[in-house]
Design a protein around this ligand. Structure first.
Ligand SMILES: Cc1cc2nc3c(=O)[nH]c(=O)nc-3n(C[C@H](O)[C@H](O)[C@H](O)COP(=O)(O)OP(=O)(O)OC[C@H]3O[C@@H](n4cnc5c(N)ncnc54)[C@H](O)[C@@H]3O)c2cc1C
Length: 303
């Protein structure tokens, strides 16, 4: 119920405008968001690298409404790649295709994505293409497959809560596209998604085994110790080495687990968001864990 409420609120434009411009914002978001600027994000990623944690950088924002905004957003991601090249660190970049114009035209979005995928390949970095709500899955996978065929160096994201994902895993495994497997963060209807946590978890473990046995460099994006254990069990049985896969987690979530896995020699990449448009991202994090609401309330009282 609380989860549904936060996911519902994440679409409220008035509240979003108020929250994102509020002076309280920095105090609220600091745990999950690296800062307002690319410089702040690069500073955080540099520090994480010193702690043996990898990063994928996310310039916050979704669903642009004009072609000019989509191009402006793409340019901001080009700047991220320039900063990564200057740092000479192995960061990647995560984007959402609605940031690059997917709601406006598939061709506009493909053109913008193409420029970024080429940059990622030229730099030996990677473009990680987040998955949004279920209406976008077909178009997102089609563009990702095109970029993979042309440049390599992309990663697609699949969500274990969707019924269709088992078929998608088979398809991307055939195409050798690296996958980030997550549970899924959107408010999806029962017609497309498993209804209970137990069924999503069971599917996550099943898909994990499929990715370990047939996939290319999978990433297990979860903070759930049971999912992590399942992945480690599957890789041990398949004889995969730590360099054949990685774990991914969100900046600010389960820092203890992040350090523990990194200390054991596993690749752990953190999703590091930055920028002013933090509200929908932040609300999804609250929806995932009701205890975060107490953290929010504590910070509001402090401010
Ligand atoms: C690197 C990365 C990239 C992602 N990309 C996408 C994407 O492209 N599309 C998409 O739909 N979703 C994405 N997600 C979100 C994902 O789908 C889940 O909503 C989120 O990761 C929570 O699921 P979980 O596997 O951690 O399991 P859960 O069962 O939700 O949580 C397991 C445990 O993890 C901890 N935890 C989880 N979330 C939080 C939180 N917000 N705050 C504090 N503790 C928490 C708690 O201890 C909890 O008990 C991504 C997640 C990660 C880590």
């Amino acid at each position: 119920m609380m989860r549904q409420t936060f996911l519902y609120l994440s679409h409220n434009k008035g509240l979003r405008r108020w929250m994102e411009t509020s002076r309280l914002a920095a105090g609220l978001t600091g745990r999950f968001v690296a800062g307002n600027t690319l410089e702040a994000a690069m500073g955080v990623c540099g520090r994480l690298h010193g702690e043996h944690l990898l990063s994928t950088i996310d310039h916050l924002g979704e669903n642009v409404t004009t072609a000019a905004e989509a191009v402006e957003f793409r340019r901001s991601i080009e700047d991220v790649y320039h900063s990564i090249a200057a740092s000479a660190l192995p960061h990647t970049v995560s984007i959402k295709l609605t940031q690059l114009g997917l709601d406006l035209s598939t061709e506009l979005c493909r053109t913008n994505t193409d420029i970024l995928a080429r940059m990622a390949a030229e730099q030996g970095s990677r473009l990680e293409i987040d998955m949004e709500s279920h209406e976008y899955v077909d178009r997102t996978l089609a563009i990702t497959a095109d970029m993979h065929a042309q440049y390599g160096r992309v990663r697609c994201v699949l969500q274990a809560y969707l019924h269709r994902t088992e078929d998608d895993v088979k398809q991307v495994n055939r195409l050798r596209i690296p996958v980030r497997l997550c549970k899924g963060a959107y408010n999806e209807p029962a017609s497309v998604a498993f209804p209970s946590k137990a069924s999503v978890d069971a599917n996550y473990l099943k898909l994990t085994r499929m990715l370990v046995s047939e996939g290319s460099f999978p990433a297990f994006a979860t903070h759930d110790p049971k999912m992590i254990e399942g992945a480690l069990d599957a890789v041990a049985k398949a004889g995969r080495k730590p360099g054949d896969f990685e774990f991914q987690m969100l900046y600010g979530v389960r820092r203890d687990l992040q350090s523990k896995l990194a200390a054991k020699g596993y690749g752990v990449r953190l999703y590091v968001p930055y920028g002013n448009a933090w509200y929908p991202y932040f609300m999804r994090r609250l929806a995932e864990r009701p205890a975060n609401v107490f953290f929010l309330a504590k910070n509001l009282l402090r401010a």
